[in-house]
Every structure is written in C-alpha cells, then in structure tokens.
Design a protein around this ligand. Sequence first.
Ligand SMILES: [Zn+2]
Length: 369
Amino acid sequence: MMNEAIPHLTDYSDATLDHAFATLEAEVRESAAAAAGDVEGFRLHWLGRKQGRLKLVSEVWLKLAPADARRALGMRFNQLKQGIEAVLEAPAAQSGPKLAALDVTLPGIARVAGIAHPLVTTMQRVVEVFHQLGYSTALGPEVETDFHNFEALNFPPNHPARDTQDTLQVAAQGAKAERDRLLMRTHTSPVQIRTMLEQAPPLRIVIPGKVHRNDAADATHSPIFHQVEGLCVGPDITFSDLKGTLDHAMRSLFGAGVTTRFFPSFFPFTEPSADVQISCIFCSGNGCRKCKYSGWIELLGCGMVDPAVFAAVTAERRRLGLDDTLYDPARVSGFAFGMGVERIAMILHGVSDIGLFYSGDVRFLEQFA
Ligand SMILES: [Zn+2]
C-alpha cells in the first residue's frame, strides 16, 4: 500500500468535496480488499499516527481550509474515519491467522495419548488375576471409622498392634464414641468388614485401594500407598485353599516358574497368619543382589480370618438388626491376604525409589507407555 500524495483541494464546494471523499472511500475499499486479512497493516496505512492517510488528509485539507468550510469538511472526515473503523471491526478482520501464512505441508502437532499410571496398571493386573478366580471387586471410603479400621478387625482399643500403624486421625473427634471416631484408613481391610455387613457368604472379594499412614517418605516408604487385599469366606474354607489360591495368583503375576513359601507371621485379624515369599524372579532362586542373595522375595501377608473378626461382624449385624447367623464363627471360615501395590510395581519394573511413582515426572512415567 503506497501512500500517494493527497491532492490539494481547489475549492470547498459540495461537488468538489463529494468527489474528493468518494475517491478516498473507494481507496479504503480497495486497500481493505488488498490487505487480505493483514489487519494491522491496514490500520497503520490509514490510522498511523505519523504517516497514516487520515493524518495527511487532516493536514492537507482540514488545517488549510478556511474557517467557513471546516464544518462541512469535518463531517465528511468523520464519516470516512468511521468507514475505516468499520473495516477494522468487521468479523473478517478478526479472523485469526492469515490464510496466506498457512502451510498445509507442515507436519501436524502430534497429540500424546495418555497412559494409565504404572501403579494403576499394576493394581489392575493383580485384580484381574483374582477376577479370573471368580472374585469381585469391593471398594470402600478412605476416611474410616475406628470401628471398621481397627475394632472389628480385632484391634481393640489400646491394643499394642495399633502402635505399629501410625494412624492419621481426623481432628476434633473427641466428642464421639471411640468406635465412631474418623481416621484415614491404614489398610484396605475395613472393606472386608463393610462387605460382610452388606453381603451374605459365600464371599470372594478383591479390594484395591489407597491407604494412609503417618510415615516419613524415603526410598521404600510413602505416607500414601496402595494395597490390594482379598477375602474369601464360605462354609469349608481351609488353609489349603489359601495356599493354592496365592500360589496360582503369584504364577499368574510373575510367571509359571515362580514358587511360593509360607512363614508364620502375625496379624491381629488372621489366625494363623503367614508371610508369603516368592522365588526371586530375577535369578530364579539362585541368589542375586535384588533378593539379597537369598533367592526369595517377600511379597504379601495372609492368614485364616480370625474367629474374633467373624464374632465382631456378627455382633455388629445384630446391632444393626441384620441376620446375625450368617457369619457365626462356628459356621463359616475364610482367608484373607494383602499386598502392597508399590512393592509389586517396583519389583516388576525394577524401580528403586518409591517416590518416582508420585513425582509426576513425565520422563519417568512415559517409560510405561
Ligand atoms: Zn534374586
């Protein structure tokens, strides 16, 4: 767009002014079409403070005009200006990038598809193994009552086993009865109690979920972590069923060559209780750095449901007006097991620092895509 000189007016008759402004209006239309979306260029050409066409028009026509012609000139000048502003405000002028600058041969912007977090996929993998054994998924709240989290699971008030779980208590619960006080659940086990209060045996449930403990974070601990827990209750469930189930589950998870072994252990809600080890998946039991040259990796806890747990469920069912014969310890038995999801994910993927799972570092996470 060239700035041609503004011709001087020979006189100030209506005819001369009509012609002069009509010429400029035609120029506005032409330059609007020629600008082809270059809104800023068009604006500078006409409204630029120093070299804009309107500025020149003002200097050559308005300022040199005799006083009696200025009013008519000024009105026409304002109309011309409004015409220019109308072009600038037209929707076409606002429409984003210039078409001429769009190169359709450029590579597109690849959108990265999200993936499930490695802890979620690990949890799903464990749950899937038990689904194939006929277990169904049960879930429960993370804010629990003392009753569901401790009391019904055979941790009575002041039981020393409660000290082993650094519990995050919800504030200002002092006015409530102890069993109703709220806390962040320290394990997924309260879902066992909730399910037995809602459903009749036989029962086979797998419970994935997030749990909270007042632990300082280090390479193997985190105040928030995940568990998958299982419960099987029926008329004739034995320790052999427990061993067979976990043996099968560990082979499904870690490979057909894996063997298991059971050690006596203690949990308040199971009796007898056991820790389960699997043969090292890295050295096939020959001994390596990852299994500390023992050939075994400790993976989960389990045991036969303590009759005291069935007794607590029975008492609570009675209190709630439900059938209190279903979980009579004389009529049912069962087993329970639980494992840490982070630990399994660390073993499966060779991760040495639990904090990596929570850091949100994409460089770490995208390795699981
Ligand atoms: Zn090993």
